[in-house]
Design a protein around this ligand. Structure first.
Ligand SMILES: Cc1cc2nc3c(=O)[nH]c(=O)nc-3n(C[C@H](O)[C@H](O)[C@H](O)COP(=O)(O)OP(=O)(O)OC[C@H]3O[C@@H](n4cnc5c(N)ncnc54)[C@H](O)[C@@H]3O)c2cc1C
Length: 413
């Protein structure tokens, strides 16, 4: 029986694992080199993505591939040095986009995302931060008449999967978001999607809830992980910590501690940036909007309007490349009256596996070592269900979603 657990990483995924295990009576130690929620879970767009059921690498990717590989679309900036350093990963990512794979992956993502808003609403109430939740949906915006067909196709796709959305013309859009300049002839409103005004503060509030319930948080860099008797030991800058089980929830850094154990999880990263701008006089925004042609999200946040960029496929630790966020900022200024930039541009990295599904389960050949990472573009949304799945499996309960699509064995032999 599991009595003690170490959670490595205090992003949304790790904090959620900690809360879910604690709820089952397990004594949990949560370790991070920073304060909880200061990395990827801090800088995202704060969208609670209950309609994000189409994997990023879906069959439509093949039609756009020449634009993408030629760096002609703001959604992607591909570093060829990085691609050629690990060609197998990129080929596998492209191979997973084939049509035969789509239905199972859509079903898997739907099983993770359906309860997103409900789970966060419950946690935000418990953590006393319900005021940070908005249940006003999200908007996708298209700049050209060609967007009509794309918007209709997405509306029909969502409908087939039981998700309501509403097509809007220029006038309808202006009624929903009056501050938008009239440059978008078509939009899709997806009401079931939620959002928060500070993802970092929400993650920190969940961690405070865990600590308030007796959880132990250690701020220290983890330097190694090893089997210790029947359990696991994490070595840190502040000494060693032992427990019956360990959960690796280190987001984009998860591979770093696993490789010395002979476990290479095929994890890579999709970097992304954010920047805050002051709204112009009288400019209001009630929900996050995604400008399809400009390839950015704009979300109203505590610090101003946060613009998040597309995917920068470069080495995780390479220097910043601001071309995409600069282009997104220029596009956003066409859409809204915006004031000056607030603070610094932030960079993070979405942890990604080639099939765009996270890894949730026990590591092969390593009893008691659990893996919870690779939540890609929707890890802030799907952290809570990931935590519940890990805790249920640790305790021999039926998890809230079928864990098979997320089993570590698919990328660790
Ligand atoms: C630009 C951008 C926009 C996004 N928008 C959204 C969105 O709108 N909605 C959504 O759901 N998702 C979004 N995402 C994705 C989401 O942010 C991530 O999937 C999610 O935050 C991953 O959470 P995590 O807990 O796995 O990782 P993290 O939040 O990165 O947590 C990992 C933790 O591990 C710690 N760590 C790493 N190595 C060590 C070590 N050696 N010792 C100690 N600690 C260590 C780090 O300090 C960090 O706190 C976005 C991502 C980006 C980059």
């Amino acid at each position: 029986m599991t009595r003690t657990a170490l959670i490595l990483g205090a992003g949304m995924v790790g904090v959620s694992c900690a809360l879910a295990l604690q709820k089952r009576g397990i004594a949990v130690t949560l370790i991070d080199r920073k304060e909880p929620g200061r990395e990827t879970s801090y800088g995202n767009a704060g969208v609670l993505a209950s309609s994000s059921i189409l994997p990023l690498n879906n069959p439509s990717l093949y039609a756009k591939i020449t634009d993408y590989l030629g760096n002609r679309h703001p959604a992607l900036n591909l570093s060829w040095r990085r691609a050629l350093a690990r060609p197998g990963w990129l080929l596998r990512f492209l191979w997973e986009a084939r049509p035969s794979q789509a239905p199972a992956r859509i079903a898997a993502l739907a099983s993770l995302t359906a309860s997103t808003v409900e789970r966060h609403r419950a946690l935000m109430n418990e953590a006393g931060v319900a005021h940070r939740l908005r249940e006003t949906g999200t908007l996708k915006l298209w700049r050209t008449e060609a967007g009509h067909a794309a918007a209709q196709a997405e509306h029909d796709f969502l409908k087939r999967h039981g998700i309501k959305s509403q097509l809007l013309d220029r006038q309808g859009l202006s009624a929903v978001e009056p501050s938008l300049n009239p440059i978008f002839p078509v939009a899709l409103l997806i009401p079931c999607v939620g959002s928060v005004d500070s993802p970092g503060a929400v993650t920190a509030a969940y961690a405070a809830l865990f600590a308030g319930r007796g959880g132990h948080i250690v701020q220290a860099a983890i330097t190694g992980l090893a089997r210790h008797g029947a359990g696991w030991r994490a070595n840190t800058a502040k000494g060693s910590f032992d427990a019956d089980i360990a959960v690796v929830a280190l987001g984009p850094w998860s591979g770093d501690l696993l490789k010395p154990l002979g476990l290479d999880p095929w994890l890579d990263v999709e970097r992304g940036y954010h920047r805050h701008l002051k709204p112009g006089a009288g400019t209001r925004l009630s929900r996050p909007v995604y400008d399809v042609d400009g390839a950015y999200y704009m979300a109203p946040m505590e610090r101003g309007f946060r613009i998040t960029s597309g995917v920068d496929l470069a080495f995780r630790d390479a220097p910043d490349d601001h071309r995409q966020i600069d282009s997104a900022t220029a596009s956003a200024r066409e859409a809204f009256a915006l004031g000056e930039v607030v603070g610094e541009t932030w960079r993070g990295a979405r942890p990604t596996l080639p099939d765009s599904l996270p890894m949730i389960g026990e590591a092969p050949r390593n009893p008691g070592l659990w893996l919870a990472f690779g939540n890609q573009h929707i890890g802030f949304s799907t952290g809570p269900i990931t935590g519940e799945m890990i805790a249920a499996m640790v305790c021999g309960e039926t998890p809230p979603a079928d864990p098979k699509p997320f089993r570590p064995e698919r990328y660790i032999s």
